[in-house]
Design a protein around this ligand. Structure first.
Ligand SMILES: Nc1ncnc2c1ncn2[C@@H]1O[C@H](COP(=O)(O)OP(=O)(O)OP(=O)(O)O)[C@@H](O)[C@H]1O
Ligand SMILES: [Mg+2]
Length: 261
């Protein structure tokens, strides 16, 4: 059984069918990339998975647990974490305090049960270990909101990891980053491989091909194809839509829209 599955997921915004009977499976430990042109419905799918949006039809299942209809915080408790593009960071608190708050929120009672001082130091050790894991140890005492964009996004990933997810949702983790920051984020995601499954939405195709065990291509709300990197790279439709030159892709895209309609 797959770790995670979407079954016949449907979402409409008014007359617009943005998620069109999507079936998707993510295996344990897998990095699964979701790619597709702008407006394909990728972020909508992440919102349906995380519980920010409710689907019109279909089911979301994680490790045998039905998530459909659960509020977002219950999904986090069930093992689903999502990076919120920095909005989950407390900008006026230090990196250390951000990490401590996140760890306490998710492992609350195990720290509460300890005597106040021992609990505090255990929380500090846990925060420091997470900082090391994510390469944030040098900025532990800095105020989060003053950090460069790429470092804040790394902190956002660290906060998501504090919940010890079975599945981590990453929606364009490299957006707005320079080459150096992107390379660091890529290495961080690479280092998580095997510890949890990751559903990665990313426009940077070099990053996708470097990271993904499997790739699904979303076009107009439908999964066009799922497969390993070679299958996706060599698929003529994908090449035309996504990897081909701009002019060719516009024409093929229109044809493809007819086909998947
Ligand atoms: N709340 C909403 N109400 C109405 N339409 C919406 C809403 N959210 C998204 N849409 C529309 O749904 C479609 C899919 O949007 P979505 O943001 O999911 O695409 P995406 O694949 O994430 O695109 P991008 O690559 O640009 O991030 C778009 O046509 C968008 O305009
Ligand atoms: Mg999007």
């Amino acid at each position: 059984m797959s770790l995670f599955a979407l079954h016949g997921l449907v979402k409409r915004f008014g007359g617009l069918l943005v998620t069109d009977h999507v079936d998707l499976e993510v295996e344990r430990g897998e990095i699964h990339a979701l790619i597709g042109p702008n407006g394909a419905g990728k972020t909508t799918l992440v919102n349906l998975i995380s519980g920010t949006l409710a689907p019109d039809q279909g089911r979301v299942v994680l490790d045998g647990v039905e998530l459909t209809g659960l509020p977002a915080h219950r999904r986090v408790a069930a093992g689903l974490s999502r990076c919120f593009q920095i909005t989950s960071i407390f900008p006026k608190a230090t990196v250390r305090d951000n990490l401590k708050l996140a760890m306490q929120a998710h492992a609350g009672h195990s720290f509460h049960l300890l005597a106040a001082r021992a609990g505090e130091s255990a929380l500090d050790r846990a925060a420091e270990a997470m900082a090391v894991r994510c390469g944030l140890e040098a900025v532990l005492e800095q105020v989060a909101g003053t950090l460069p964009h790429g470092v804040q996004r790394t902190l956002d990933v660290a906060l998501a990891l504090a919940a010890q997810p079975k599945l981590l949702l990453l929606d364009e983790p490299m957006a707005g980053m320079g080459p150096h920051e992107s390379a660091r984020m890529l290495a961080l995601i690479q280092s998580l491989r095997g510890d949890m499954a990751i559903l990665l939405i990313e426009h940077d195709m070099d990053a996708v091909f470097a990271l993904a065990d499997r790739i699904s291509v979303l076009v107009y709300g439908k999964v066009l194809i799922s497969g390993d990197a070679d299958t996706i790279r060599n698929d003529p439709q994908v090449q035309a839509v996504y990897l081909g030159d701009e002019a060719a892709s516009a024409a093929t895209f229109a044809a493809l829209a007819q086909e998947v309609a």
